[in-house]
Write a protein that binds this ligand. Sequence first.
Ligand SMILES: Nc1ncnc2c1ncn2[C@@H]1O[C@H](COP(=O)(O)OP(=O)(O)OP(=O)(O)O)[C@@H](O)[C@H]1O
Ligand SMILES: [Mg+2]
Length: 263
Amino acid sequence: MKSIVFASGKGGVGKSSVSLNLGLLLAKNGKKVVIIDADVAMANLGLMMNVERIPITLNDVLSGENEVQDAVYEGPFGLRYVPSALSTEKLSKADYHRLKKAVLALEKEYDYVFIDAAPGWMEDAKAAMDAAQEAYVLLTPEPPALADGLKVKNYLERKGVKIHGAIANMVLNDPAEIKKQDMEALLGIKIAAMLPEDRNVRRASALQKPVALLAPHTPFMLSLGKLAEQLSGAKIVLPETNVKKGFIRSILDSFRNLFRKKQ
Ligand SMILES: Nc1ncnc2c1ncn2[C@@H]1O[C@H](COP(=O)(O)OP(=O)(O)OP(=O)(O)O)[C@@H](O)[C@H]1O
Ligand SMILES: [Mg+2]
């Protein structure tokens, strides 16, 4: 049982992509995993999985109307997830302290409770960090992401959250990028993974399908597999490539859906 927050100072560095696809890999390999979309104002998880109707969400849990167990849904490979609502209607009633209670309840049932945080350190982001036992700090190998990552790392340390390390994402291996050793020296923590820039991740986002399903053997997924092994201490097998449900089929499906919606 472990609750892990995926935190970052700067937005858009890959918290949602990493937590969702890492969760899917662990679930595919027999772990009980639940992922909470704690970026309540933005609610990306439902969109990333193309879920259309969500009756009860984390927003209902934070407003005290429902227990967290009422907002748990089943995703691919048996991964469970707690989405946030697409509408911000109930946000004014949200009491972010309820997130900790929800995480504690889920910790009893799951091997891993992943918390996909909002970026920065406003109330919602802090609540996500305060709710977890452990953390990964997400960043890209550039000065602004690193500087903001350092602030988040310091916040987590002050709160006594155990930091697994930083995850550098969208790595191009360009000479202008900050090197791994320099990032470690600056942050004072290990880099747990260097995940490559991989256009398949963006293509998967555009198609609202996790890359772990669409293109499970791409460079991003191979590196994520190593991170999953490091975290779980077990051998991780990547999902099979499903040619029929690969990119071409998904592009056709999404056009068909668009066409249907327009009619
Ligand atoms: N390794 C990668 N290679 C290429 N694109 C990536 C990679 N990781 C993430 N992306 C893309 O970058 C964008 C931002 O990623 P994501 O939504 O996961 O970041 P985030 O940190 O959760 O953002 P936010 O702070 O807004 O919640 C998405 O379009 C995603 O597809
Ligand atoms: Mg996100």
